[in-house]
Design a binder for this molecule. Structure first.
Ligand SMILES: [Zn+2]
Ligand SMILES: [Zn+2]
Length: 456
């Protein structure tokens, strides 16, 4: 089989090719390996006869990745895989920036001595408010949550962990209309698929050994087939619970000391899962529910199923994305950014402020909205017309090619072995759209007013 790897972007890292494939043309001849696709949960199914593979704009390997345009893989005639970049707040479009992936984060939240390891965002390279004093009044505190693989209990703040829920309180369900672009799957399907792929990625392999054997491939196809959508209400799935003691800045209704976020893990009118916010006073919770209902239907790819994570909250300072600044100021920041880096082929150039100095990527509470691919629209409460304020951001990853400087100091070690399905940059494994983020806004007037969900 002969492949052609076309790389219209500046060569960044070398492609690592599927077993048995060789590279012709601009590909790096020394590459042998296993994957070309960032989306490790859906490795391309390459079929014979194959005569061309095209990686458009993106080249991924286990060691590096590049953020950019769409990633397409062809088997000669048909596109067998198409994935977007791991873009985050403002990361879309930034290309050619290399960042090392780091050691698998499985249970890495506990240091050798058993003490939780904090997470530390490196200081921003420039104190932008001293250069542009007009930004100073716009500074906001955000709490980066730094979810990392772990085994949280109902008494811990978590993403994808169990909720502290009274046995006598009905478990919420969603009766809205669903948009199933592909057949839904079950929670069990997602868990089994992830377990299969996690083991496959971690298994030591010879350079030309396939990721999955034919039996495993058939099983994976079975798990991905899905089922006809159920017609009744769909039980919600826990997304996060935040004890207010753990998250500075987070304040709820009188007496509440816990925020719980659940969602229906399917696409709705806004192409997002439908979230439910529950503020709770833990002192009033008696006997606990130990076996909460599970959703019958889950989005086809399992994109809205968070893996259990413990949190490492850290307060950082944010400034608005350029999209939320007066045009004149945004333009001056862009011009200033262009002068900051000599090598603008590799660096963010005019987007320096946006990428490095404004909004932190990843799951967080408060701060500013990570506007990137779309412009902010006026967002006012449907009940009282007050302007909404950001509460909670769910992100498709914590760092990518455009956000290397935001990687916590504790997560910068090179991987010492194979990286599993669960990438160090994305322990929760939630995917919003094409690796975007979902932000939940609330009304400042009343916690009883409806919240707003925005994909950005
Ligand atoms: Zn729903
Ligand atoms: Zn309101």
């Amino acid at each position: 089989m002969i492949l052609t790897v076309q790389r219209p972007q500046p060569p960044a890292t070398a492609a690592v090719l599927p077993a048995g494939w060789t590279v012709k043309g601009t590909g790096n001849q020394v590459d042998t390996g296993t994957t070309i696709n960032e989306y490790r949960g859906d490795p391309p199914q390459l079929t014979e006869p194959c005569n061309q593979m095209r990686v458009s704009g993106l080249v991924f390997s286990q060691g590096y990745k590049v953020s950019g345009a769409m990633n397409e893989v062809y088997d000669g005639e048909h596109m067998v895989s198409s994935r977007g970049p791991g873009s985050h707040s403002g990361g879309a479009g930034r290309q050619g920036c290399r960042i090392p992936l780091v050691e698998s984060a499985r249970d890495s939240q506990v240091a050798a001595e058993g003490a939780p390891m904090p997470r530390t965002t490196p200081p921003r390279p420039v104190d932008i408010a001293s250069v542009f004093p007009e930004l100073a009044p716009l500074a906001r505190q955000a709490v980066r949550l730094h979810p990392r693989a772990g085994r949280p209990s109902v008494h811990d703040s978590s993403v994808g962990g169990p909720l502290l829920w009274p046995v006598d309180e009905p478990w919420p369900a969603c009766a809205e209309e669903h948009h199933n672009w592909q057949p839904p799957v079950s929670l069990g399907d997602v868990r089994r698929k992830r377990a299969l792929l996690e083991a496959a990625w971690l298994r030591p392999r010879e350079p030309h050994e396939n990721l999955l054997d034919p039996g495993q491939r058939a099983y994976l196809d079975e798990l991905r087939a899905g089922h006809p959508a159920h017609t009744g209400p769909n039980a919600l799935l826990p997304v996060a619970q935040l004890y207010l003691r753990d998250v500075p800045q987070l304040a709820g209704p009188e007496g509440a000391d816990l925020l719980q976020v659940l969602w229906c893990p399917l696409d709705h009118d806004n192409a997002l899962p439908a979230a439910r916010l529950v503020w709770r006073n833990t002192a009033s919770v008696g006997t606990l529910l130990t076996d909460p209902p599970e959703p019958a239907d889950v989005e086809h790819y399992g994109s809205y199923v968070p893996e259990p994570c413990v949190l490492h909250p850290e307060v950082v300072t944010e400034y608005p994305a350029p999209h939320e600044l007066p045009r004149e100021l945004a333009d001056r920041l862009y011009g200033w950014g262009e002068k900051q880096e000599e090598d603008q082929e590799e660096g963010p150039g005019g987007a320096y402020y946006q990428y490095e100095l404004s909004v932190a990527p990843g799951w967080k509470v408060g701060g500013w909205g990570p506007w990137s691919f779309r412009d902010p629209s006026p967002m006012h409460c449907a009940s009282c017309n007050a302007p909404y304020k950001p509460l909670f951001t769910i992100d498709s990853g914590e760092w990518d090619g455009g956000s290397g400087s935001w990687i916590p100091l504790e997560d910068r070690e090179e991987p010492s072995g194979p990286v599993g399905l669960r990438r160090p940059a994305d322990p929760p494994m939630v995917q919003i759209g094409r690796s975007y983020s979902m932000q939940i806004y609330i009304c400042p007037t009343s916690f009883d007013h409806p919240h707003l969900e925005v994909m950005q």
